[in-house]
Design a protein around this ligand. Sequence first.
Ligand code: SF4
Length: 129
Amino acid sequence: MEEKCLCEPNEILIFSCAGSSNVGQIANQAAVRLAQEGIGRYFCLAGIGGHVSGMIESTKAGKMLIAIDGCPVGCAKKTLEHTGFNINEYVQVTDLGIEKNHDLDILAPDVDNVVQHLESQISRRRGFL
Ligand code: SF4
């Protein structure tokens, strides 16, 4: 049986790769939307990569870690795992059928797609679905 998480939104930490491509920026916008909708808190991946002690400690206090990567290179996932964190929910934007390019034009429906995918995954983990 899948483990249920009773965590509060402020205990759900969201990281995105925020990479320099359309899919990296879609990952960033999806994380912003999830935070603005009160699903969780958007945290700084760069602080984890930089081993900033306060951010490491704050992340240790999180109960559910969400990571959004733009593409299979998986920079957010690798950064978190390299620092010893386990990711509870994870998505790569390209896995949702969105092709990577470097024009940095992002489409609202693509952001919606990532947000809806993660909302569903998080709700299921919290026992709401
Ligand atoms: S996961 Fe892909 S899009 Fe994101 S930072 Fe890495 S290479 Fe760029």
